[in-house]
Ligand binder design. Sequence first.
Ligand code: ZN
Ligand code: ZN
Length: 273
Amino acid sequence: MGNIGRGLRHIARAVVDYALPPRCPGCGSIVDDDRQFCLSCWSSLHFLDGPACARCSIPLPTALPGGPVTCGACLAAAAPFDGAPAAVAYGPVARTVALRLKYGRRTGHARLMAQLMARRLAALAGDAPILLVPIPLHRWRLWSRGFNQAALIAAELTRLAGIPHDHHLLLRTRATKMLRGQGRRERERIVAGAFGLAAGAKEKAAGRHLVLIDDVHASGATLRAAARALRRSGAARISALTWARVVPDALMTSNIFDFARVDSDMFDERMTG
Ligand SMILES: [Zn+2]
Ligand SMILES: [Zn+2]
């Protein structure tokens, strides 16, 4: 299909999107507004805003007195970033939204994800000015998919929060096979050295707080490899922000979304972003 055919298909898609009623991004049921979950999907999301490890942001069962606390894994080998918060825990609804963005080309979902990630971004803010750095795709994968979902999310965060992003700072120097189904050690081995700094990255990163952006934080191997590459840039601080994080079931019980804590204003705001 030529460029004209592709262009017409995009226009047709835009018209169809406009004409159809808005649907819940989690289950597809009809809702009042775009980028709004139905009540059932909304209440099934687990927002990760409770106590967490100061290094890797894995949820901790309780807030302990005496300042920042580090999880057992980070005590043994500290994660190479100062915090890796996610908007929600990885579950059926969070997974559907991420997959529809990545493989279903529902690029509008990037805005929805960014809306719920924005408040975690605000919590990361400190003295150094933030620069968002989306996890790059290798050019082969970028070519076959046509877009980088992490770059779309970063662009939406820039639009929402006015914080700049740079998708030329970090390079994917090597194509890596899928990490799914690999053990922890094997994942680390696969992604080690898969990232590098672009020419001029040090000038861009100097004195900045670099925040890696990705859709899903699974084992964290990719984020750690990218953070290690960014370490060489001379940035003041490095952290990571994702849409959804895989959290072991054992850590979830104390994090179940607590309706009693939520007043109606907050609920409305969260329902619509
Ligand atoms: Zn739904
Ligand atoms: Zn940790």
